[in-house]
Write a protein that binds this ligand. Structure first.
Ligand code: GLN
Length: 452
C-alpha cells in the first residue's frame, strides 16, 4: 500500500462521511497529496516512525500555512507561519497532515457546541455530542476519517471525547509534550496528546511527540522510554487503587457496572485492586474553573484586534477597538471565562480566590501523591455518563462543568491518564480512565494494553 493510497482513502472517507459528522474545519488536501507523493518517491530505506499515516490535528495547534482558528471567529483567517513542536515532530516522523479538526472555541467546553463554526456529531449516534473540547479529533478517529489525531487536554479534553466516541485518548504528564505552538488556554494545565483506535497506536504517537523542547519553559527534561516495548500484556501483581469519589453520586449506574467489570478483568489478569479515597475531589471543579479561567483571561489578552484576527471596523479610539473586536470575536463561553478570570485575579479578590485555589490545587495533588505511595495506577470512569444529546446542556454551564469531575483532578495534579473503551451503556461507548504516576506513561500504557 502506498502513502498516496492511504491519504486518498482518508480523503474519500471524509468526503463520504463529514457532511454528517462535521469533524473538519479545514482540509489540507493539496499539500497532503503532494507530501504523500514525495514520501512514495523518496523510497528511502529508513522510514519515519509514523511513515505515511494520515493524521488530523485539533485546530488549536499552529500549522505552517494551514489555517488555525481555535474554532473562534477571532482567528477565522489566521494562517500561521510556523509549525508547533508536536506538529513538526509528526512531520519528522513522516505522518501526513490531512486537516484541522473542530473543537470548542479556545478549548473551552466539553461538547464541541462552543465552536463558532459548526456542529460535530458523535459517529455512534448523530443526535449526540462527540464530547469536547477535542470532539472533532475523537469523532474523526471513530469515523475512520484519519488513522489517528492530536488533541489537547486542559481538564479532560482528550479523555472525555475519546470516551464518548469509543476510542483511546492519552493525556501525558504535564511537561512531557511541548506546548510550543499550542494556542494557550490555561498554561499550567494544557497538554497535547494522541487520540487513536488502540493503545499500541497511542504508544507510537506519544513516542513521536514526547521530549524536551527549549521553546517551552515548562517542558520537562526527562528520558523518554520506548513505550511500545512496555506493552508486555503482563499486569500480574499490579496494584490498582479505585477512587471511591469517582464512583459515587452522579455516576450513571450502567457506567459504574462497566467499570466494575473492567476491574474483574484486571483481577483475572493477576492485578489486585481496592478502594482508595482522594478526599479533596469535591473541590476540584471549583478550583479548576477558577485557575483555568484566570489563566485564560491573561492568555487571551493578546486577542486585542491589533495583532491577530478580527478587527472592528472604524474604531473611535483604541479602547473602542479593543472592546468591539473582543465583543464581536469571542463567543459566550469564552467571554464568561474571561470575566470570571479577570474578577478572580483583580486586586482585592486575588487572595480570596486565585491564591486559595492554588492552595487547594496543592491539596488535590497531595491526594494523588499519597495514593501513589500504595498503588501503581488508579482506575475509574473517564466521565460520569455517556455522550448526551446535542443541545441538552447548552443553557446550563454548571451541569456541563460537572461532566469533568473524573478528569479535572488528574489535570490539576499534572499526572498522566488514558481513556480506553470499556463496553457500552445504552448503546453508547463508555470510557475507562487509567491514571499513572508522573512520567510513568509506560505503566499506564501497559495496563491499558493488557486490559484492551
Ligand atoms: N471541559 C473542560 C473545560 O471546559 C475541559 C476543557 C479542556 O480540557 N480543554 O474547561
Amino acid at each position: 500500500l502506498s502513502v498516496s493510497e492511504l491519504v486518498d482513502a482518508s480523503f474519500r472517507r471524509i468526503e463520504g462521511t463529514d457532511d454528517r459528522i462535521g469533524a473538519f474545519l479545514t482540509l489540507n488536501e493539496e499539500a497532503a497529496r503532494a507530501e504523500a507523493r514525495k514520501l512514495d518517491e523518496s523510497g528511502s530505506a529508513e522510514r519515519g516512525l509514523l511513515h505515511g499515516l494520515p493524521v488530523g490535528v485539533k485546530d488549536n495547534m499552529v500549522t505552517e500555512g494551514l489555517r488555525t482558528t481555535c474554532a473562534s471567529k477571532f482567528l477565522a483567517n489566521y494562517n500561521p507561519i510556523y509549525d508547533g513542536t508536536a506538529v513538526a515532530k509528526l512531520r519528522e516522523a513522516e505522518s501526513v497532515i490531512i486537516g484541522k479538526l473542530n473543537m470548542d472555541e479556545f478549548a473551552m467546553g466539553g461538547s464541541n457546541e462552543n465552536s463558532a463554526f459548526k456542529v460535530t456529531r458523535n459517529p455512534w449516534d448523530l443526535t449526540r455530542v462527540p464530547g469536547g473540547s477535542s470532539g472533532g479529533s475523537a469523532a474523526a478517529v471513530a469515523a475512520g476519517q484519519v488513522y489517528y489525531a492530536l488533541g489537547s487536554d486542559t481538564g479532560g479534553s482528550i479523555r472525555q471525547p475519546a470516551a464518548y466516541c469509543g476510542v483511546v485518548g492519552l493525556k501525558p504528564t504535564y511537561g512531557l509534550v511541548s506546548r510550543f505552538g499550542l494556542v494557550a488556554f490555561a498554561s499550567s494545565l494544557d497538554q497535547i496528546g494522541p487520540i487513536t483506535k488502540n493503545v499500541e497506536d497511542a504508544a507510537f504517537a506519544l513516542q513521536a511527540i514526547a521530549g524536551h523542547d527549549s521553546r517551552d519553559s515548562t517542558s520537562a527534561n526527562v528520558d523518554i522510554p520506548d513505550y511500545a516495548s512496555a506493552l508486555t500484556g503482563d499486569v500480574k501483581g499490579l496494584r490498582i487503587g479505585v477512587p471511591k469519589e469517582y464512583l459515587g453520586a452522579g455516576i450513571d449506574p450502567e457506567v459504574k457496572s462497566r467499570v466494575m467489570e473492567a476491574l474483574k478483568q484486571f483481577e483475572a489478569l493477576g492485578a489486585v485492586w481496592e478502594e482508595v479515597s482522594l478526599p479533596h475531589t469535591d473541590y476540584a471543579i471549583a478550583t479548576y474553573y477558577l485557575l483555568a479561567s484566570s489563566e485564560a483571561s491573561s492568555n487571551l489578552a493578546r486577542f486585542d484586534g491589533v495583532r491577530y484576527g478580527v478587527r472592528a471596523s472604524d474604531p473611535d479610539n483604541l479602547i473602542d477597538l479593543y472592546r468591539r473586536s473582543r465583543s464581536e470575536g469571542f463567543g459566550a463561553e469564552v467571554k464568561r471565562r474571561i470575566m470570571l478570570g479577570t474578577y478572580a485575579l483583580s486586586s482585592g479578590y486575588y487572595d480570596a480566590y486565585y491564591k486559595k485555589a492554588q492552595q487547594v490545587r496543592t491539596l488535590i495533588k497531595q491526594d494523588f501523591d499519597q495514593a501513589f505511595e500504595k498503588y501503581d495506577i488508579l482506575v475509574g470512569p473517564t466521565a460520569p455518563t455517556t455522550a448526551f444529546p446535542i443541545g441538552e446542556q447548552v443553557g446550563d454551564p454548571l451541569t456541563m462543568y460537572l461532566n469533568d469531575i473524573c478528569t479535572i483532578p488528574v489535570s490539576l495534579a499534572g499526572v498522566p491518564a488514558i481513556s480506553v473503551p470499556c463496553g457500552f451503556a445504552d448503546g453508547m461507548p463508555v470510557g475507562l480512565q487509567i491514571i499513572g504516576k508522573p512520567f510513568d506513561e509506560a505503566t499506564v500504557l501497559r495496563a491499558a494494553h493488557a486490559y484492551e
